[in-house]
Design a protein around this ligand. Sequence first.
Ligand SMILES: [Mn+2]
Length: 254
Amino acid sequence: MKNIYFLSDAHLGSLAIPHPRMQERRLTNFLDSIKHKAAAVYLLGDIFDFWHEYKTVIPKGYTRLLGKISELTDMGVEVHFFIGNHDLWVDDYFEKECGMTVHRHAETVELLDKVFFLAHGDGLGAGDRKYKILRRLFHNKGCQRLFASLHPRWGMAFGLQWARHSRLKREGGVEPPYLGEDKEELILFSKKYLQTHPEVNFFIFGHRHIELDLMLSRTTRVLILGDWISQFSYAVFDGEHLFLENFVEGESEP
Ligand SMILES: [Mn+2]
């Protein structure tokens, strides 16, 4: 029996993170370490701090990671890429070149007889209004075409600076700590969603950069995946149990 892995929020290429090569190498090593025991890997968003691909051009960098992902998909491991709020400007490169399956919306999937609700997590729940307007612009086809028509010299520079700024405007450049069950948007969302979809066993999200594993009912848990900036955390499902783990290089389990 093979495992299913979930991780998110590496923000590779971030101008606000001081150790980009180490970060990419660690993620690549992790994927290498699980390649023989993985049936599928779910990347739940914000793997890149700013990804924008043009019709015939992709951003520089990330060759180790994309090469490793391609190796996995060539071996028959499914790799699913959920867009986040930093890397939603994905076209067909990840699918055609790297063999990934790209998901642009939250999905409910059945994996080894359990029901998973998977999403990056931005834009779910009440959220703040200003952000929701920005999100609509980001997802708007017309705006996307307009942005793509900018020369990458400006487009990419703008994107990377925007992403850097959105990190650094937070206190200490890190996300706020867990707000508690009655304030955390993704928990509120899950509780509400569960009322009409009691069949969900696991809600798994990224986006918040906190590690959380919370029981919602006897048969339902919600996990928030942490990040690959300082936590190097991932969830692994073996068909029976779902664990939230941290990748330590040199260790071989699980
Ligand atoms: Mn995010």
